[in-house]
Each structure stands twice: as structure tokens, then as C-alpha cells.
Design a protein around this ligand. Structure first.
Ligand code: PLP
Length: 424
């Protein structure tokens, strides 16, 4: 399918480019300074959680169901926090560990552990000639960074509207047992916003793979719905257990985008055997996590109902921003054939695709015009987007006015680059 510029004859195209270049110069003169790169909550959103800070005063009761949160002990996490972790991840509380503030840190610790010591009963990954990880793409660059840092080869698998391309995943896993893991953000995936279908979840939990193959099930956006009618995700742990694969799934989540990014609480949940094994390793380097932070969190958000109620307040800030993205992109690019973008029901991102070979040029032009985007290519392993189309839009941090101004620039840059490509 040709886009609007590809359909023009040369004279029309040159005239369109001249007009777009004039608009670019007008925009340049505005000396904008806008940022659509940051996947973090706005300051107003973060303020919603400030009442939590008043909970632990000097005279507060610091006991949690018999556990003294003011002293060492209870490595796996305080009872109320493990109960919450269980609800988040979809496993019983005994199958969870509540650690520091970062789920990324948990993922890295576990993968380094398998790298050094191996999945119990199997060769350490570091001793194997070749180790690969499947990376649904577009995906989360920090995931890809953990494995890249270890020297694991990141293998992209294309994301579809129902999750990773499962035919491709199954084909790769069946023929290559050097694939030892896979990253998944199963709900409101970063950056596509896709929630994996039940069939995708089932195939991931049951497909044939190396016995020490592990899925990092990063449910970072488990409760981040924009409306009360959010996407539903099947429980992969139940399906994996029935299939005899319960050790395959390594669940993580955190309250980073619920309370305070960098100062929330982070959860790990998996099979009983994995939880014991991971705890035994992590205990070597940690006597106990910050239990006062855990206590403050569970007094503020005692259960999943309280979390959903809290997330409704976040959604009040997020909805107008996601609406602005949809409106500006539809008005500016709808019907031109120059771009497609996702329409998520939650999460933190919209994934945008321009014509082949356009993303780096669009991002560079936006930067010239004062709009910072996540670097083009960052959503693919090694920063290598094979068709150079994808841009991650992070609409949560700027104000709606700033966001609209930034989207106008993205629309203009997409049109000009599309027109230039049509002429080349
Ligand atoms: N996982 C995903 C998919 C994310 O998008 C993010 C943050 O953007 C994180 C993990 C980071 O979480 P944490 O703050 O718990 O390390």
C-alpha cells in the first residue's frame, strides 16, 4: 500500500516538501524544549502517594502480623507484603519474595545467578558455548541490556497483536536448545501496550523448550488500566503447573509506577522450588530488605482492591494524555498511510511505526526541533530495528499541553520524512 506521498507525482511531491519545510522552519523558530522520552509518572501522579509517607511516624506500630519490621529478619518479606505480591503475580504468598525497590534488579540478580551457577541440575550458562534469549520486539531496552551485558545473544521475535509471534517462538525453541530464556511483559507490554492472549500464554507455558529454559514474566503493568474495563491476562503459573513446567516461569512486578519509582517495593514469584533456590542465593548478600518500606506500602495498599482504587486516581491523569496521543496522531496522520500506532488500554507507552527507513530520521528531526524521543531503535535488541520504523511514545510525564505540542512536531517530522523518502 502506497502512502499519500508515494501516490504524488514529482511536482506535487516537491511542492508538498517545500510546504512541510516551511512549517519545520516555523516550528524551529519556536525554540521548543519538550520531552516525550521518559516512561515515568508525572509529578502530579507521584503526589497521589504522598499520604503513604505519613503512615510510619515515630510512634507507629512497626509489627506486621508478628514480624518486627524495625529489625533484621524475615528475608522473604513481611507477611502482608508477600500476600500482596501473591495477588500481583498470581501465586500463593509462600511462593513470593518481596525484595528492594526494583524488579529490574531482581531480574538481573536471578539471571546472573543462572549464568554463574546454572538452573539447578544444569550447566551454568556461562560454561555453555552459546546462550541465547528471545526478545519480543519492539520491547523493553533494559531487559535486553541485562542479557547483552552478560554476553547472552539477544534474538528478536516480532510482537503481534496477541503477544510475541508464537509460531516463531515455538519454531526457534524446538530447533535450538541454546535458547535459555525469554523476556515477556505480558500485560500492556512496553512499548506496544499489547496484552498477551490466553492462547499465547498457554503456548508459552506449555511449548517444548530446553529443560533449563526460563521465562522472565515481567508483569510491570499488571494493574495499570486506563479504564475499569482493563485487559485480562491469563494466569500462566496455573497453566505451567498443569503442564509440569512450573519452574519455567519467573514472575516479577513492582510498585514503581504505583507509589514512588525507585522507592517502591519489588516482587518475585515462582514455583516453590525456584523461590527456595533463589532466596538461598540472594540471602548470601542480604540479611533483610527494607521492611519499613514494605510495611508503609501494605498499610497504604493492603490488598489488590486498594491497589485498583489507587490506580483509578493514576488513570485520571493518564487518560487525557493517551487521548491526546490518539487525537493528535489521528488528526495529523490518519488516512495518510504514513504511520500506524497502537491504542493501548493501559500501561505507559504507545508504539508508533513510520515508513521503512524513517524512524532514525524522524527522531533526529524531532530532536532538532526541540522534542526528545526515546532513541529510535532502542526498542530492538542492540538498538537494531531491522526496518527502522519504530518509535516509542512515552506520554505520561509531560503536561497535556506540552504533549500536544510535542505530538504536533512528531506528526510534522513524520510527514516530511515520509515525503522525502517518497522522492528518494
Ligand atoms: N519492567 C518494565 C517492563 C518496565 O517498563 C520498567 C520501567 O519502565 C521496569 C520493569 C522497571 O521496574 P523497576 O522500577 O521495578 O525496576
Amino acid at each position: 500500500m502506497q502512502n499519500a506521498y508515494q501516490k504524488m507525482d514529482t511536482a506535487e511531491l516537491k511542492a508538498a516538501i517545500a510546504e512541510l519545510e516551511r512549517e519545520v522552519e516555523e516550528t524551529r523558530a519556536k525554540e521548543l524544549k519538550l520531552d516525550m522520552a521518559r516512561g515515568k509518572p508525572s509529578p502530579e501522579q507521584v503526589n497521589i502517594s504522598r499520604p503513604m509517607l505519613d503512615i510510619l511516624t515515630s510512634d507507629a506500630d512497626l509489627m506486621d502480623e508478628g514480624v518486627d519490621c524495625s529489625n533484621y529478619g524475615c528475608f522473604e518479606g513481611i507477611p502482608s507484603a508477600r500476600r500482596l505480591a501473591g495477588e500481583f503475580i498470581g501465586v500463593p504468598p509462600e511462593q513470593t519474595i518481596v525484595l528492594g525497590s526494583s524488579s529490574l534488579n531482581i531480574m538481573q540478580s536471578i539471571l546472573i545467578h543462572y549464568w554463574e551457577k546454572g538452573v539447578p541440575g544444569y550447566t551454568p550458562w556461562s560454561k555453555l558455548d552459546h546462550v541465547k534469549f528471545l526478545c519480543p520486539a519492539p520491547g523493553y531496552d533494559r531487559h535486553f541490556g541485562i542479557t547483552q551485558d552478560l554476553g547472552i545473544e539477544n534474538v528478536p521475535v516480532r510482537m503481534t497483536e496477541t503477544g510475541p509471534d508464537m509460531d516463531e517462538v515455538e519454531r526457534l525453541l524446538a530447533e535450538d536448545d541454546s535458547i535459555k530464556g525469554m523476556f515477556c511483559v505480558p500485560k500492556y507490554s512496553n512499548p506496544t501496550g499489547v496484552t498477551y492472549s490466553e492462547e499465547t500464554v498457554r503456548r508459552l507455558a506449555t511449548c517444548k523448550a530446553a529443560p533449563d529454559f526460563r521465562i522472565v514474566w515481567d508483569n510491570a503493568y499488571a494493574v495499570h488500566d486506563l479504564t475499569d474495563d482493563g485487559d485480562k491476562l491469563a494466569n500462566i503459573f496455573d497453566i505451567a503447573r498443569e503442564a509440569g513446567n512450573e519452574d519455567r516461569i519467573l514472575g516479577v512486578a513492582s510498585t514503581s509506577k504505583i507509589t514512588f519509582p525507585g522507592a517502591g517495593i519489588a516482587f518475585f514469584g515462582s514455583s516453590p522450588a525456584n523461590v527456595v533456590e533463589v532466596a538461598n542465593t540472594l540471602k548470601v548478600g542480604l540479611i533483610s530488605a527494607n521492611k519499613l518500606n514494605q510495611l508503609m506500602h501494605t498499610r497504604f495498599l493492603p490488598d489488590l482492591d486498594a491497589v485498583h482504587e489507587h490506580m483509578r486516581k493514576h488513570a485520571e491523569f493518564l487518560r487525557p494524555r493517551f487521548d491526546a496521543v490518539e487525537r493528535k496522531l489521528s488528526e495529523g496522520l490518519g488516512g495518510t498511510g504514513c504511520a500506524t500506532w497502537t491504542h493501548p488500554n493501559g500501561g505507559y507507552f504507545v508504539s508508533f511505526d513510520g515508513p521503512e527507513g524513517s524512524a532514525k530520521r524522524i527522531a533526529a528531526l524531532c530532536a532538532e526541533l526541540g522534542v526528545k524521543l526515546t532513541p529510535a531503535g532502542a526498542t530492538w535488541p542492540y538498538g537494531n530495528d531491522p526496518h527502522d520504523t519504530n518509535i516509542r511514545i512515552a506520554p505520561t510525564y509531560p503536561s497535556v499541553d506540552e504533549l500536544e505540542a510535542a505530538l504536533d512536531v512528531l506528526v510534522l517530522a513524520t510527514k516530511l520524512v515520509s515525503a522525502q523518502l517518497a522522492l528518494e
